[in-house]
Design a protein. Sequence first.
Length: 310
Amino acid sequence: MKRILIIIIFFVAVGKITAQEQPHYSFYMLRQSLINPAALSTFDRISGAGFFNAQMVGFKGAPLVGALDVSFPIGKTGLVTGLFVQQDKIGATYKSTIGVGFGYRIKLNPQNFLAFGLNANAYMINADFTQLNVQDPNDPSLTANFNTFWSPNFKLGAYYFRRNFYVGFAVGNILTVNLPNYMNPDPSIDARFQDVHFYINAGWQKKFGNNAWKFQPSCLIKQIAGSPTQFDVNIQFLYHEAFGFGVSYRSLNTIMTQINYTHKDMFTIAYAFNMGLGFDNRTNYTGHEVMLGFKIPQTKNRIPVDIPRF
């Protein structure tokens, strides 16, 4: 049984690097640039958010992720730049990511905007499989190590938004990293359609209760060639632009509940709890995510836009 768990951790770690550009954050609806670089263009002042994500809590070698996403509008133009830094660990594999993003919005009319974006990043990957507790120390698939190396990747996106609605499309994980192993000791990079990720997300909001409340449903669809379509359905209620709470369902048989608070449109703190809906202990895992966000006070050089955050 121990050997089976080790092999599972190993292949999850390899799959995470070769088939994932970034982990799935619970609060992507509050910081949509995490999945679509074109959404950078919706930030009309310097802002950012830090994330800590712990998945499959209680399972040895489970993923741990920390990240920081910051955006910088450029004067009175529709151009917004971004910086993304991430550190994650799964099993014996460590990955650091640093990226830059660019989003540009076009004003179709006073209420409607169309945006395009590009994200370019680099991974620094390191693994030491000797950390694993193996029963057969001579197993070549579990004793091979590789040193740190850098790998580039890209994401493209388009995004339409207005005051109460948005829809976005993004293509990510355009390049694939092939990890070294005992048969092929050198890492390599190529482009494979079956590893490309496609994202479609959309949201809508409606005021009610004398405009004190907002009802904010949203969804995300993710597709990888050859894999089942994944989707999220999210519902959030927002009170006086400050207190938010909601629930999400993911097609991976996971439910998520979250609460968030924004102080004077400047600081945000949020917490999400994830729970697997499996029928045994192997799939009844839990996860936690914390987000801390900030916005710099508005300046006279900004161009105000009605920004969807749901």
